[in-house]
Design a protein around this ligand. Structure first.
Ligand SMILES: C[S@@+](CC[C@H](N)C(=O)[O-])C[C@H]1O[C@@H](n2cnc3c(N)ncnc32)[C@H](O)[C@@H]1O
Length: 273
């Protein structure tokens, strides 16, 4: 594993950088709860066929990955335990996974060895990736940079990393779910708890329920204009619905809420050129 984290001792460390407040907070938040994610990571590495998001929707429905990735260079931006990287490697891609949490990457490295796959895992910030321009054919993340990085920074960074014609796909929280989250961080309900216009950073450090972490989301028009101004073409946009037969609450989204309103969104983009 190489290190672009700003910590000392990394083999590929560039130079010490002051981490932005949200990057430092999210690093200690994820390092602190990485052990809670080992089981889910193991189950996902085991899967032959990908499933996505909090409702586990199948790849046959969402089609987030190219079917044949033979010879493609792909990057996962906020890879966590690395299972999406594993799925892409099994499809034939040469994959890099970057994550801000060393503890999450320890699980990813262990599972990589267990499954005898080759993934280049690096410790660093997906807003500032230590690779040259136009290094990748495909970039993806599921609840990685999509929610934990500042879109005004990571979307242009993903654009820089892609070759012309390369694609970026990401899945994260739908802005409506942010609006419907009460100020104390409890489950989504049927009220609007914060302004839609101008939404950008959501700081959960001082909430009563599950405190910690700084997330980001934008209004639809702000996402759209960000993509346009960066140079991405929008290929598709999905709003994900909880399956009819689900009845559990997943990460503060009651199934009944997720059946009525979109809890997650997927953007599929292509770098123009
Ligand atoms: C929910 S996990 C996403 C991975 C996996 N798809 C999953 O759902 O478990 C979120 C990951 O984003 C990482 N992350 C947060 N901020 C990041 C940043 N600035 N750069 C790279 N990774 C980041 C966290 O360390 C964490 O491992």
């Amino acid at each position: 594993m190489s290190d672009n984290s700003g910590n000392s001792g990394g083999s590929h460390r560039l130079k010490d950088k002051q981490l932005a407040e949200h990057v430092a907070e999210n690093r200690s938040y994820w390092d602190g709860m990485a052990s809670d994610w080992v089981g889910a990571g193991q189950r996902s590495w085991q899967q032959d066929s990908p499933t996505w998001g909090i409702w586990g929707l199948p790849e046959s429905q969402l089609q987030l990955l190219p079917v044949d990735m033979t010879g493609m260079k792909a990057i996962e931006l906020g890879c966590g335990t690395g299972y999406v990287a594993a799925w892409m490697t099994r499809r034939g891609a040469h994959v890099t996974g970057i994550d801000n949490s060393l503890e999450q990457l320890k699980t990813a490295e262990r599972l990589m060895k267990e499954y005898e796959l080759e993934v280049d895992f690096i410790h660093g910030n997906a807003e500032d990736v230590p690779y040259p321009d136009a290094s990748f054919d495909f970039a993806i993340n599921e609840y990685g940079a999509a929610i934990w990085c500042d879109p005004l920074v990571w979307i242009p960074e993903a654009y820089r990393l892609l070759k012309p014609g390369g694609c970026l796909t990401f899945l994260g929280t739908h802005p409506i779910a942010i609006l419907a989250t009460p100020d104390d961080g409890s489950n989504c309900d049927e009220s609007l708890h914060r302004p839609y216009f101008g939404m950008h950073q959501q700081d959960w450090r001082n909430v009563e329920h599950d405190p910690g972490g700084i997330e980001f989301n934008l209004s639809h028009s702000d996402w759209y204009h960000l993509f346009q101004n960066t140079g991405f073409e929008v290929l598709d946009y999905l709003e994900l619905q909880a399956p009819e037969d689900s009845s559990e609450t997943k990460f503060s989204i009651p199934a009944g809420w997720g059946q009525k309103w979109p809890s997650e969104q997927v953007w599929k983009l292509r770098k123009k050129g």
